[in-house]
Design a protein around this ligand. Structure first.
Ligand SMILES: *Cc1c(COP(=O)(O)O)cnc(C)c1O
Length: 302
């Protein structure tokens, strides 16, 4: 088995008591130094099942944007396991600029082959996938963000005896696989809140199809759009790190935590609620984010 369940659970840290609710964070970002957070669990069964089938020549193909945590994770996995990988990357303009992008540079150094496609081609990923399936019949083709039914099963590993004690389970939502797994496998009395960092209005249905439960709520948390960084949120992330010594990144976890604090202020949670936020990782993105912020003469993430 290439990916293992944890030998000991990652820590759950208390952030403190605010307005009569208690807030905690589960450090899934600590699960692996390079295959971080939810991406580890989303890949878990996908990779293990694929390798159990013993393909003669394993090959992993997947999709992502220029700063994708998923691309980063799959490339690291390929490198560790000695499996060749191909990343289909959104944005033809990156063809000659990938060296300036820390995520793509990391992927390339891990031996990932990068193929850059136009935004238009990327939007029609099903076509690309069909083509790749014909071209590489033995390959494992993992969808964007790693979301599929096997990924949802893997997210079950983020839940354990300790997570049962909480009234609310919170996670950032991109393609929806992570929240679907939490919703599917949590206790009946637990409520799940997804902090949506993308504008996709079809997400609710997609998630429902994967979990078949209605215990989750989505809250808009895109702060101006997917991947957009606000100075206020950067300030929040830096403040959070100083106070609690926990790093957040500006695409998912930073936005979720700021929104959670706002909800607490607004009295969204009943008194004495116990709230657990999943730190889904993605810290590799900070370096690339800082390069962008620097170019725009803005405050950096510390
Ligand atoms: C990919 C990612 C998410 C979103 O997970 P989905 O399953 O796509 O909704 C959340 N947080 C981080 C850090 C991620 O990298």
């Amino acid at each position: 088995m290439l990916l293992h369940p944890p030998t000991e659970p990652v820590p759950i840290q208390e952030i403190g008591i605010h307005q009569n609710v208690r807030l905690f964070i589960k450090r899934e970002d600590l699960i692996h130094p390079q295959i971080s957070g939810n991406k580890y669990w989303k890949l878990f069964y996908n990779i293990n099942h694929y390798l159990e089938k013993n393909p003669e020549k394993p090959y992993i193909i997947t999709f992502g944007g220029a700063f994708s945590n998923h691309i980063s994770a799959v490339s690291a996995l390929g490198n560790l396991a000695g499996i060749p990988t191909l990343g289909i990357i959104r944005g033809e303009e990156l063809q000659n600029k990938w060296r300036d992008n820390p995520t793509l540079l990391f992927a390339k150094r891990n031996g990932m082959n990068l193929k850059f496609v136009t935004r238009e081609e990327y939007r029609h990923k099903e076509k690309l996938t069909e083509f790749l399936e014909q071209e590489f019949p033995e390959a494992l083709i993992v969808p964007e963000g790693g979301t599929n039914p096997e990924a949802v099963e893997g997210v079950k590993m983020m839940l354990n005896g300790q997570t049962k004690d909480f009234d609310y389970l919170c996670t950032a939502v991109g393609t929806g696989g992570t929240i679907a797994g939490i919703s599917k496998f949590c206790e009946d009395n637990q409520k799940v809140i997804g902090f949506k960092v993308v504008g996709d209005t079809s997400l609710e249905n997609k998630i429902f199809e994967l979990t078949l439960k209605q215990n989750f709520n989505l809250i808009d948390s895109d702060f101006g759009g997917y991947g957009k960084m606000s100075d206020e949120n950067i300030h929040f992330i830096n403040d959070f790190k100083e106070k609690y010594n926990i790093p957040l990144e500006p695409i998912y976890t930073g936005k979720m935590m700021q929104k959670v604090f706002e909800l607490i202020e607004e009295g969204y949670f009943p008194e004495n609620s116990r709230i657990l936020c999943f730190h889904t990782g993605g810290l590799q993105g900070i370096e690339g984010a800082n390069l962008l912020l620097e170019k725009q003469n803005r405050n950096l993430i510390i």
